[in-house]
Design a protein around this ligand. Structure first.
Ligand code: NAI
Length: 492
């Protein structure tokens, strides 16, 4: 009896395993799904060709924020004089910066591995593809392959940078974000193509560490899609910090000879004329694409949309009932925290919760420039386009006592409200700590708060959060710390 049992389990590990769920991809969406499945008592295998944590922990959110933090400290040191501190010449030890970043990544990756173990999630390094809707073939990283039979599958394969054929990436002179985060060197002259989130975050980090940076954006504004006033405010601050930004302009040719690139660009920003400049590094940051290659979706009865995404319903279920998809692979916004929530929802549905659904009122968006930008809900432009009559309250950081104590008075807090109901529709911030300030807007939107509710709530003093209260009061012409734009009878 014992021998038979031993033989069976051996066969199972070699040829086939049977589990409740397989999660393909161990990024933020995937690891959230896998851990919650484990918590719900499901047997779960998570497969990834690369390290646990995906782009977020290894290439994106975490390492870039480590680099940006170093950059922010460098900026603080270079301005320390204004605070009465004499700091002898700042030197950048690139290798030390990279070691700090690598340590941060390793600690986070180790943390997720520990959580996998604690929640009985089995992790396998390998390439996963569908053999059928319930069978996953895994080509293991160390060689060999196995087939896993799973009642449920969650696809969390994420996204990758868009590479432009005309500007072939070599990782040395022409880089994408995966190369830039490795910070093999700090260029003298950096060109960033694309004034989106990735372009501006790297422009900030590299400028802080000594690069002279030009950002070229094809559209007439940076961070297209966010509240225009917030985008303009950030653009002005970045320019003041030495980041050159050219809008409404397209890069034509990149002529790479040796260790530099001659780049020709043309558009409204160059007065319609060709302009050619030389850079020793070019970062292409023109968007990300969903990753589904190699998954053999057809074998599971699945296909992608025209833009390459996998369509899902509110429960993150694909058109094949036992297969779910979460994170960047399901479409915009490509944000780690959206993927995380989707992962939890998919796991809860697999666990039998019929009411679980991804239906967020608010998905915050943070851009880690210096100062940061954070937004949630409708921008002024979006709210107008949706036909709302608006009540807007703004608070410039220049009027914040706390901002003055930090010597960081450049920035704006803006609340967009519905004039008829006074309900908050959106919150938009460009300020230090914007990433944390926005949490208040998220809760306010989810709970259906009015501008009055926000204005009446006692905020701690002295903090930057008081600016949110003042912005709400300003919407009613009652802000204390700024001269209200149009003093008028109180609206409550
Ligand atoms: P993006 O779509 O945000 O920005 C790309 C920009 O490049 C656009 O403004 C576009 O107009 C411009 N562009 C395109 N072709 C161009 C050309 N030929 N010349 C000049 N400009 C050109 O894409 P990005 O920055 O690559 O980010 C990708 C995704 O990753 C986004 O969805 C973003 O939300 C996500 N992400 C989020 C982060 C965060 O939450 N902090 C950090 C990094 C990425």
């Amino acid at each position: 009896m014992r021998a038979v049992h031993r033989r069976r389990s051996k066969e199972r590990t070699l040829a086939e395993q049977q589990v409740d769920a397989v999660v393909i991809g161990a990024g933020p969406g995937g690891y959230h799904a896998a851990i919650r499945l484990g918590q719900l008592g499901k047997s779960v295998i998570c497969v990834d060709r690369d390290e646990v944590g995906g782009v977020c922990l290894n290439w994106g959110c975490i390492p870039t924020k480590a680099l940006l933090h170093v950059g922010e400290i460098a900026r603080q040191i270079s301005h320390a004089d204004a605070l009465g501190l004499k700091v002898a010449g700042l030197q950048i030890d690139r290798a030390g910066v990279v070691a700090f970043k690598t340590g941060v990544v390793e600690a986070n990756v180790g943390g997720v591995k520990t959580l996998f173990k604690a929640n009985n999630v089995q992790f396998v390094y390998g390439e996963a593809s569908f053999k059928s809707a319930t069978e996953i073939l895994v080509k293991k990283r160390g060689g060999g392959e196995t087939t896993i039979a799973a009642q449920y599958v969650a696809i969390a394969t994420g996204s990758a940078p868009v590479d432009v054929k005309a500007w072939p990436r070599d990782g040395e002179v022409i880089l994408n974000s995966d190369d830039a985060v490795q910070m093999k060197r700090i260029p003298k002259n950096l060109l960033v193509i694309g004034g989106g989130v990735i372009g501006l975050e790297f422009a900030t980090a590299y400028t802080r560490l000594g690069a002279k940076t030009l950002v070229i954006e094809a559209l007439p504004a940076i961070l297209t899609g966010i509240d225009a006033e917030i985008g303009k405010t950030l653009g002005r601050i970045l320019k003041k910090q030495g980041v050159e930004i050219v809008l409404d302009t397209k890069v034509g040719t990149i002529d790479k000879s040796g260790k530099t690139a001659k780049v020709t660009f043309n558009g409204a920003g160059t007065g319609g004329k060709d302009e050619t400049r030389e850079f020793d590094m070019v970062l292409v940051a023109v968007g990300r694409r969903p990753v589904t290659d190699g998954l053999n979706l057809a074998a599971a009865g699945l296909s992608t949309s025209e833009k390459g995404f996998i369509d899902v319903d509110a429960q993150r279920r694909t058109k094949v009932a036992n297969i779910f998809a979460i994170g960047d692979v399901t479409g915009a916004p490509m944000l780690a925290h959206k993927g995380m929530k989707e992962g939890v929802v998919a796991a809860e549905v697999i666990g039998g919760d019929k009411s679980a659904a991804f239906d967020p009122v608010a998905i915050p968006n943070c851009v880690y420039t210096d100062p940061e930008v954070a937004t949630v809900g409708l921008s002024e432009e979006e709210a107008r386009a949706q036909g709302y009559e608006l009540r807007i309250g703004k608070f410039p950081l220049a009027a914040s006592g706390r901002a003055r104590t930090m010597n960081e008075t450049d920035g704006l807090i803006k609340l967009v409200g519905d004039a008829k109901t006074d309900l908050l529709l959106g919150m938009h911030v460009v300020a230090p700590q914007a990433e944390s300030l926005i949490g208040e807007g998220v809760i306010a939107l989810e709970m259906g708060a009015t501008l009055e509710d926000i204005g009446l709530s006692i905020h701690p003093h002295p903090t930057l959060t008081e600016g949110i209260m003042d912005a709400a009061e300003a919407a009613h012409g009652k802000a204390i710390h700024i001269v209200n734009a149009k003093p008028k009878a109180a609206t409550r």
